[in-house]
Design a protein around this ligand. Sequence first.
Ligand SMILES: [Zn+2]
Ligand SMILES: [Zn+2]
Length: 334
Amino acid sequence: MDKDALEVRLGLIRDSLGKDTKLVPRKYKNTLGQQVITKWRYRKKAYNGSSMLSDKCKSRVQLFDDLVQESSDSFPEFRLHDTQALLERIRLIQNHTRLLLVEWDVRWVNPPSLASKGWKPYQGRSHPHAVFKCCCCHAIMSLQSSKNDDISSNYNKKLNEKIWLSNVVGNHLQQCPWGKKQFDLDKEYYLNPQNLITDIERIHTDVEKFSSESKEFHLKRNSSRIFHYLTEIEMKKLAHFFNCKDYSLVGLLLLGYTKFEKDDLVQCTACFHRASLRMLEHIDFNGHALWCRYYSKKLLSKMLLELIDKKDNAITTMGVGERLNKLETVLQIL
Ligand SMILES: [Zn+2]
Ligand SMILES: [Zn+2]
């Protein structure tokens, strides 16, 4: 290489070093949580005889089994924390038994408790009893229908711990995970401050959905009776929180209901009992099942109002500096 050519190349290198260079994307370290999940998710696996890899490669590359994938392949419907799947099973059970006289009890045997152990209706040929099938091991279980004029009536009145243990828990096949595990109804189904967000999302989504429909969802006749248990100020706060001017709609959603097919018919989003708007206007009427998330009419509104008041107080009592510090802390966490 002659001297001039070398000078040119060195000049080019100097120029390129002087320019701003793009940073190589930084590789983020796995968080502690991810490391723990990875540790328990993957299990070392030996090469089997059919591997085409050379021995040299085998000594350098470790194979792993994905245990999460394996278990979801073996038990496809075992989703222990899937609230939507639970609600769908409750809806199917409620629809399946709507016309059967099954004597549910609040404590042990009812649609949420059956759904929490993986049961859904068995859609076979018509049967005088309510028949259920495990969504995972496909075991079959039946509950007798109550008949007021025969001895089975007494039997069904004692739907209790014994039936729970022998049928609901005991009827699963030995290897079925639903036999030992149960969806946590107290934590995920029944109302508590930790899952209140699901109701905020539900009401917010329904308000948006009904507001955007061309035919507006509105109630007829004295609709304020639907939220008679709230004062005007409380209702105003709640409607403002959901950014909705239609108090009747917010009142209906606060009771856990949503529109169902016809305009005058509504259906609960947790127990799937149905009612007409006219019935909801009766102060003493409670159309929810005893085991429903919304059985206590006032509970959801009370919890939301506490949340709103807490939020308002937090904003008004804090100075600007304090609020900025709080914002900084939140941003740091993000
Ligand atoms: Zn099972
Ligand atoms: Zn309900």
